[in-house]
Design a protein around this ligand. Structure first.
Ligand code: PEP
Ligand code: MG
Length: 295
């Protein structure tokens, strides 16, 4: 079995009837890039940038961040690297942010909410990302979006960052901008949100939590935390349809993307990309190649 999977390296992610999909990898540190390449992923679909902040005793500087993002972009040699901006708060706490204890951290001061409130922290990361874009194919993705206004604000901040870099004569490339669809509000607003960005990536871990009102970290609820719930499947269809209508490509980067019992469903719905842990790439490729959507 293992040998069979190894033989899938270098092969396309294509069904028997010719439907293709991009298969990218999720990573959480620069060191994970080796396994992305070893497993022949087409790109990085989710680079959780939290590690830079969690590993550090103080805010990571623009230079430190730039060095890390550049390293990954260069190692991927032109393949797409989608870096998600800071997603701390809730389960991921960092002392130097001085965040208050909250009664409902999952619904609290976290992710893009912190970034839009603490603009200097956000701008430092965006500057590092744009500087690194020059050395490969970087895309930027924003977590926990709930509204069109948030995205418009983010785009204004990006314009400021680009203007600064222009004035400093620092080179950067065009960067695709995307959002995570991981709140029910983002699903319901997906038609409007698609007008603002280049791509969507569905975070099924949080989307399941917020849709079913089930804490993803409470082991007592594991038996009912069901990402196959029809409410989630209906949302997945709605997201891809609305994304495509607005000219976006649409992927899944939550754990569900690696669930091979749903690979056929995702392909039939029209998903363009699945981003899974590096160790799952070849297994999902094997499943894709075994499918015939016309049969
Ligand atoms: C998700 O919510 O599905 C996701 C991919 O992000 P994280 O697991 O980092 O919250
Ligand atoms: Mg999430």
């Amino acid at each position: 079995k293992k040998r069979l999977l190894q033989e899938l390296k270098g092969k396309e992610n294509i069904t028997k009837d010719g439907t293709k999909i991009n298969l990218y990898a999720n990573i959480g540190s620069v060191g994970d890039v080796a396994s992305v390449l070893a497993n022949d992923a087409g790109g990085i679909g989710l680079f959780r940038s939290e590690f830079l902040y969690l590993e550090s005793r103080d805010y990571p500087t623009e230079e430190e961040q730039f060095a890390a993002y550049r390293k990954v972009a260069e190692a991927m040699a032109g393949k797409k690297v989608i870096i998600r901006t800071l997603d701390i708060g809730a389960d991921k706490q960092v002392d130097y942010f001085g965040l208050d204890k909250e009664d409902n951290p999952a619904m609290g001061y976290r992710a893009i909410r912190i970034c839009l409130d603490r603009r200097e922290v956000f701008k430092t990361q965006l500057r590092a990302l744009y500087r690194a874009s020059y050395y490969g194919t970087i895309a930027i993705m924003f977590p926990m979006i709930i509204s069109v206004t948030e995205v418009q604000t983010i785009k204004k901040i990006i314009e400021e960052v680009k203007k600064e870099l222009d004035e400093e004569k620092i080179p950067y490339k065009d960067v695709e901008l995307g959002i995570m669809i991981e709140t029910p509000a983002a699903v319901m607003m997906s038609e409007e949100l698609a007008q603002e960005v280049d791509f969507f990536s569905v975070g099924t871990n949080d989307l399941t939590q917020y849709t079913l009102a089930i804490d993803r970290q409470n082991p007592k609820l594991d038996n009912i935390y069901d990402s196959h719930h029809p409410a989630i499947l209906k949302m997945l269809k709605m997201i891809v349809d609305n994304g495509h209508k607005g000219g976006c490509w649409v992927g899944i980067c939550g754990e569900l993307g690696a669930d091979t019992t749903l690979t056929e469903t995702f392909l039939s719905m029209g998903y363009d990309e699945l981003s899974v842990s590096p160790s799952m790439i070849l297994k999902v490729r094997q499943e894709i190649r075994s499918l015939d959507l016309k049969a």
